[in-house]
Design a protein around this ligand. Sequence first.
Ligand code: AKG
Ligand code: FE2
Length: 195
Amino acid sequence: MPDARETHHPLSLEAKVLFPEQASQFDDHHSFIVRYTASEDLGLDMHTDDSDVTFNVCLGHEFTGATLTFCGYMGAPNHRKASHVYSHEVGRAVLHLGSRRHGADDIASGTRMNLIIWSHNKAWRRMHKLRLSEDYEKEEGPPDPVCLSYTHDRDYLAFKKKPVGRAAGRNRAWCPPKGMEYEGFGDKDKDEDIL
Ligand SMILES: O=C(O)CCC(=O)C(=O)O
Ligand SMILES: [Fe+2]
């Protein structure tokens, strides 16, 4: 007999198959809608979610571009290496772990709206909360440029120019953590734009 709380979760059975540990139960969620269109937000910087499992359903409308690029898991040596580019289709959902780095690529035309459900498994997070100093592994090499986060990455400006239309917002750049840098990281965290 499924737990009464879980019967309300539209995709929990699928999540259990894909991620049996993280989706063993869901007891909380944070849900919201994202929207991208010319003259508003075009995309979303690389990040991980404050979720254990994320459900992302494309609601509409018509658009081109606006793919979702996935990289590695937070703290893994390939955290910032590209792994998959997902093309949204209206009416289709993608499920992924919150700890996988991902970002919404710029929309080329039209409008895309998606329902995002950040699902929480409180017992699992209590046991598996990543401790940056202890669980983080040294990066295997320089990041793939598509996986760079302007907000989070200390070395962003060594590889890419500041995204157009962004205010400051890099004062909390933490990635990679000190001591976990790839060979040759050098002084790439000097906050200077590339030429
Ligand atoms: O735009 C998308 O498909 C992803 C949005 C997202 O990753 C988020 O809101 O956390
Ligand atoms: Fe996300």
